[in-house]
Write a protein of this length. Sequence first.
Length: 473
Amino acid sequence: MRSVRAHLKVPKGAAYIVVMRETRSPKSLPDDELLRRLSALVAQSRRGEADLIAHIAEVDERRLYAREGTPSMFAYCTERLHLSEPETGLRLHVARACRRHPVLLEMLRDGRLHLSGIATLAPHLTPANRKGVLKRAVHRSKRQIEEIVAELNPRSEAPTLMRKVPVPRGGNGPAGPGPRDEAGRTTGPRGAEHRPDDVGRVSLTECSGSADVPVREHRPDDVPVAPAATPAAASRIEPVAPARFRVHFNASAELRDKLERLQALMRHSVPDGDLAKVIDLAVTEKLERLEAKRFGKTKKPRKTLAETDTAPKSRDIPAAVRRAVYARDGGRCTYRDKRGRRCTARHNLEFHHRKTPFGRGGDHSPDSVTLHCRAHNLLMAGQEYGEEKMAQFRRSPDRVSEPMAVYATGSTQRSAFLNSVRTESGRRRPAGVRGVHCPRGATLGARPGLMPGGPRWEKRARSTCRSRAGRLE
């Protein structure tokens, strides 16, 4: 003990704790232990982030950056602490907000709020609304917090518009910023044209605020403006008022022409040609078609659930069953973890046989089928069939990917698969020739009794192709 105390230079009478750090690789940890450690590390990271914000706020308050030879706190963080410009701007903005509202620092420490959420809320917090707004923002995503901000500060609506992207001339083209000083601030216009920074983006705007005003980032006053990038291809949706959003995306010339043609064809239902209404009607119609094919949702079903045969004759689930399961599960994955928390996924949904797997004789009754996202469907398949079996299935070199989208059926899907098969030389089957060109000239004619629809048909087609090729030897 004396040697440890002397090595650590602990004053006499002071308490000390020797911490043994375990350096086991995450790959060697069991599943439960790995999840537990990840949660502990996230909590530790939040506490460290809160301490970092508190120190930045105090150094900024005392102006200690000046004695280190830097003109601002932003310069001190980037030049002395070697932080990047975006993270410095974000942390400075949060640190100054925490000085005005100390409760934000405690919410950041215990994980009720994150940095992006504080930066989004800070300009709109007042002593009067702080308690109610922060209560609504607990454990919310940045997108949900932006909707809260849109309620606090709704923007005026602007007409729907479509504008052209100017052709960029390198990084500092006509849409670029003007000259800048040493601190990175814009000192004057570039060229003869004066316009906002975001005028170089083509956007389709629905019920937004002023479309010509760029969306400002949350940053301190002494943070230099980053050079304006060339027109970005990323699309975004911004809340501007309760239940109102602004939609931006870059469009090609072909899409613009299609939109104009659609506007002209829909003048009878949309006399004013409002682009937002036209897109709304087109998207609604497309959704109805896709949901009818995927989940059996239709206004006039051919068969009711009572008239539907749910025997496991094929892997295809009847439309009436898909329709009932989708309505029962609310279009959401039904997987629940050990604590009873339900998965929130509403995309990439698949039908899962929860009682008896289809490969083991499970039927297609609504009680046997449920909605799962792809990740949980694979997880349940691994538990039912075994991970080794599923790994062998996924890595099988003979497995042929699906030839078309799952919506294609009948002769269309069969013809598409036959056309997709290549010969050894890489050439496709000539147009008008029936059958698949197999190695050494063997062919596989289209068999009307064997409909495509999954790996069974593809495997049989490949096997027949190889066997006929062997006979030609």
